[in-house]
Design a protein around this ligand. Structure first.
Ligand code: AMP
Length: 542
């Protein structure tokens, strides 16, 4: 039967069109890589995004093809968000913190046609370019005056502002299928090679609606939003899209993520809402504490990507009157899954009970179904005690990874998050452990398998096991447990030196513990949970 309602596809470009029409004068402020502050309006954003869409067409980028970005949070990156996805191509945000080998793997795997990069990343691009076949064109996201005079690229290097100047701003955003791909983000959140999560226009727009709600990230036209969470990490938790939908003023920090720079930006631009991982907020709080400052406009901060310690919640709320919204999500969930906002009956609870609630990752936003299951897959009760594997499903949850038709990781249609959690009677989920074998340091992943593989290349190592150990600054850091070859006197410093150049610098474990044996399970697998129990507090007690 013919539907009674109109069939309007849910498209990323429609978010920009809405922002231009209804919030055209609203500001977007960016700290630039060039060092200065840039400001313009949503109207300018839309106009330049159309110019860039024409530029992409003239570069031969076709619908469905991937366009890479290696960039900080800023207005040019925002333009690419809409120019690329809006014109039917796929925005592939690359994480500059990855090792050059991983970046090369990801660019090749995604077959990026063009890669745009901020000037900061020229050396990285120069290292990656000889290792990849796919992009024939690189674009430096700057103007002619700042273009590098010399560079080591043998492929074509274009200037972003030249492309903008050369192209017309007449461009009709195509009515693509809402289920077609709009953006791509790789995650190394599981073992093995990084995997791509391919978001669709539909999943992105639905996620935007749900994430903007008052009990989710709570965004409105009256907000001034500072996304510190990178635009290369799950689309800055969707905030670029949300800001267009609600018409909020946007403030982008560029490369300056230290406490002092963030504080100055928050105060001068009168930010009301910010978002980032706990590690970034530690730096901000340390600065504001040191100068005995205060927040004159910031009223809320979204903290996620890693557990938010109660001390941090208390510092924001009691010292600075900034409410903390603790949130949980994953690259595979676009990313928002749960947000910890109070229900009415919780508001009058004693302070310590409210802090206990805020330590939880929160309740599911509409669109996300979640459950916890025991070892045999049986569903566990929401009693606040039983802990099991956390499974989710919903219209913005990944089904299969990019370039793969394998769905065997799903369990009866549910996505296993790799997190272990309990859920209370009010529906508040709390992560208690992680079943996936990875380390999350300062909000970014480190692959324990990669670390172990490097250690095993050393001739004096018999067995190498890398675990996540809790860390006061980075939440987690890799700790290496090593069984040496008989008679070896291999020292920790020598083994750690062996990692130089083989992994990204921040992946290098902070310490090595030499052990005689490691515990093995029935199938010969290392029982890492036992090692985590034994050594998990190593950096807290060392
Ligand atoms: P990513 O895909 O990089 O966003 O990482 C997602 C993973 O980060 C989750 O599966 C959790 O293991 C972890 N994570 C995200 N948010 C939180 C949080 N609020 N508390 C604890 N762990 C979190």
């Amino acid at each position: 039967m013919q539907g009674l309602m109109m069939q309007q596809p849910l498209l990323v470009a429609s978010l920009l069109m809405h922002a231009e029409r209804h919030h055209g004068k609203q500001e977007i402020v960016s700290r630039r890589v060039e060092g200065d502050i840039h400001r313009y309006s949503y109207r300018d954003l839309a106009q330049r995004a159309r110019r860039m869409a024409n530029a992409l067409t003239s570069l031969g980028v076709r619908p469905g093809e991937r366009v890479g970005t290696l960039a900080w949070n800023g207005y040019r990156h925002m333009e690419l968000y809409f120019a690329v996805s809006g014109s039917g191509s796929v925005l592939h945000t690359l994480n500059p913190r990855l090792h050059v080998d991983q970046l090369a793997y990801i660019i090749e795997h995604a077959e990026d046609r063009v890669v745009f990069f901020d000037l900061t990343f020229l050396p990285l691009i120069e290292s990656v370019a000889p290792r990849v076949k796919s992009p024939k064109v690189f674009v430096a996201m700057t103007d002619r005056a700042h273009m590098p005079q010399e560079h080591g690229l043998s492929t074509m290097l274009l200037c972003y502002e030249d492309l903008i100047d050369l192209h017309d701003d007449e461009f009709d955003w195509p009515l693509v299928d809402e289920n077609s791909a709009s953006s791509l983000c790789y995650t190394s959140g599981t073992t093995g090679n990084p995997k791509g999560v391919l978001y669709s226009h539909r999943s992105t727009v639905l996620h935007t609606y749900a994430a903007a709600l008052p009990d989710s990230l709570n965004c409105s036209a009256r907000d001034v939003i500072l996304p510190v969470v990178p635009m290369f990490h799950v689309n800055a938790w969707g905030l670029p899209y949300i800001s267009c939908m609600v018409g909020a003023k946007l403030v982008f920090p560029g490369p300056a993520l230290d406490g002092k720079s963030l504080y100055e930006l928050i105060e001068t631009e009168q930010v009301t809402l910010s978002a980032g991982v706990p590690t970034v907020w530690q730096g901000l709080l340390a600065h504001v504490d040191a100068i005995e400052g205060a927040f004159s406009s910031m009223r809320r901060t979204i903290i996620g990507g890693a557990p938010c310690p109660t001390a941090m919640t208390a510092a924001f709320q009691e010292r600075y009157q900034v409410d903390v919204l603790h949130a949980w999500g994953m690259t595979e969930l676009s990313p928002v899954g749960t947000v910890c906002s109070f229900k009415a009956h919780q508001l009058s609870l004693p302070t310590d009970e409210r802090y206990a609630i805020q330590a939880k990752q929160g309740r599911a936003v509409f669109g996300i179904d979640m459950k916890i299951v025991g070892p045999d897959g049986e569903e566990l009760p929401w009693d606040g005690h039983a802990a099991g594997d956390l499974l989710v499903r919903g219209p913005w949850v990944v089904r299969q990874y990019f370039g793969s038709s394998d769905t065997s990781h799903l369990r009866d249609g549910w996505f296993p998050t790799g997190d272990v959690a309990k859920i209370d009677a009010d529906g508040f989920m709390q992560i208690t452990d992680r079943s996936k074998d990875v380390i999350k340091s300062g909000g970014e992943w480190i692959s324990s398998t990669d670390i172990e593989n490097v250690a095993c290349l050393h001739p004096e190592v018999t067995t190498a096991v890398c675990i996540a150990a809790r860390h006061p600054k980075w939440d987690e850091r890799p700790l290496l447990l090593i069984v040496r070859k008989p008679g070896s006197a291999l020292a920790a410093e020598e083994l750690l030196g062996f990692f130089d150049g083989r992994v990204a610098r921040w992946w290098k474990p902070d310490a090595v513990v030499f052990v005689d044996t490691v515990p093995l399970g029935a199938t010969g697998k290392v029982l890492k949970n036992l090692l985590r129990d034994q050594f998990g507090d190593y950096y807290l007690t060392a």
